[in-house]
Design a protein. Structure first.
Length: 267
C-alpha cells in the first residue's frame, strides 16, 4: 500500500512539474493592420479586436523597425531580421526585382505541414512572396475577403498572413487619431470580425493581430516615438500565452514566437 501511494505521489509530481502535451495547431491567422496606432484601440473603435484582447493576451507597447516603414517592418516580421541585422533596408519594391532571401515564417509553416496563404494590399509586399507561399493575391480593397475564402475552402492545416490597408491612407490625409482615422478603424474592425470568428470556430487556432507602424499628426516613418508604436494581440484555444501579456515586443520577434508555438503547444 505504501509503495502504491509513493507511485501516485511520483506521478502527481511529474504531472505538475513538466508541461502537459496539448493539441496540434491547425489554423494560424496573422492580421497586420497597416498604420494602426495602439492608442486608437478601444471598446468603441475596435469592439471585435477588444473581444480578442479580452480572451487572449496583448501588449500596446510594441516597436517597429528603424525607420518604421511598411516593407521594412513586414520583412522583419517574416524573417526575424531588422534593417540593422541584415534585413530589408529599402521601402520600395517592384515586380521582377529580387524577393526576400533566407527562411521566413512561411518556410517554417510549410515544414510543419501547413497550407500557406498571403493576402496583401500593397504591391511592395510582393517582395515577401516566395515558393513557400501556396496562394497569394494583391488586392488593395479585398484582402480580407481573400483571407476569408482561403480559410473557408481549406480542409487542412492552414497558415495565413493578412495585410489590411486603409489606415495608411486616412492617417496621412486626416491625421492619426482623427475622426476620419477612427471611422476607418471601426470599419476595419467590423470587416475582420467574420474571418476571426471563422478561424475560432475551426478550433485549435492561433491568432495574431498586429501592425507595422503608427504615426503622429499626418506624418509617419520619422524618428518620432509614436511612429514606431504598434500593438500585438494573441489568442489561442490550446496555448498558455500568459508570458506575453504586457511583454516588451519588437517586430523581429514575431517569427520566434511562431516557432515557439508551432507545431505543438504546451499548457
Amino acid at each position: 500500500m505504501k509503495s502504491l501511494l509513493n507511485l501516485i505521489l511520483i506521478v502527481l509530481i511529474l504531472t505538475f512539474t513538466f508541461p502537459v502535451f496539448a493539441a496540434e495547431v491547425n489554423s494560424v491567422l496573422i492580421i497586420s493592420i497597416d498604420a494602426l496606432h495602439p492608442a486608437a484601440m478601444g471598446p468603441y473603435t475596435t469592439p471585435h479586436m477588444n473581444g480578442v484582447m479580452t480572451q487572449g493576451v496583448f501588449t500596446l507597447d510594441g516597436r517597429s523597425t528603424a525607420p518604421p516603414l511598411t516593407l521594412l517592418s513586414h520583412a522583419a516580421m517574416f524573417s526575424g531580421r531588422g534593417p540593422e541585422q541584415g534585413g530589408r533596408k529599402h521601402n520600395n519594391w517592384r515586380p521582377g526585382e529580387p524577393v526576400i532571401k533566407g527562411e521566413t515564417i512561411f518556410d517554417f509553416a510549410k515544414s510543419n505541414g501547413f497550407s500557406t496563404g498571403f493576402f496583401y494590399s500593397k504591391e511592395k509586399l510582393g517582395y515577401l512572396v516566395t515558393d513557400a507561399v501556396d496562394r497569394h493575391e494583391l488586392d488593395p480593397d479585398f484582402s480580407i475577403e481573400n483571407g476569408l475564402d482561403f480559410f473557408m475552402n481549406s480542409y487542412e492545416k492552414t497558415f495565413c498572413f493578412l495585410h489590411v490597408s486603409g489606415l495608411d491612407r486616412s492617417g496621412p490625409v486626416d491625421g492619426w487619431m482623427s475622426e476620419g482615422y477612427m471611422e476607418e478603424l471601426l470599419f476595419i474592425d467590423q470587416s475582420i470580425a467574420p474571418l476571426i470568428n471563422l478561424v475560432i470556430s475551426k478550433g485549435n487556432y492561433l491568432i495574431f493581430i498586429t501592425s507595422d507602424h503608427a504615426g503622429h499628426g499626418r506624418v509617419h516613418g520619422s524618428d518620432h516615438p509614436d511612429d514606431a508604436k504598434l500593438p500585438l494581440v494573441m489568442v489561442s484555444d490550446v496555448a498558455d500565452l500568459r508570458q506575453y501579456q504586457g511583454a516588451s515586443y519588437q517586430v523581429t520577434q514575431l517569427k520566434a514566437i511562431l516557432e515557439t508555438c508551432i507545431p505543438y503547444l504546451f499548457k
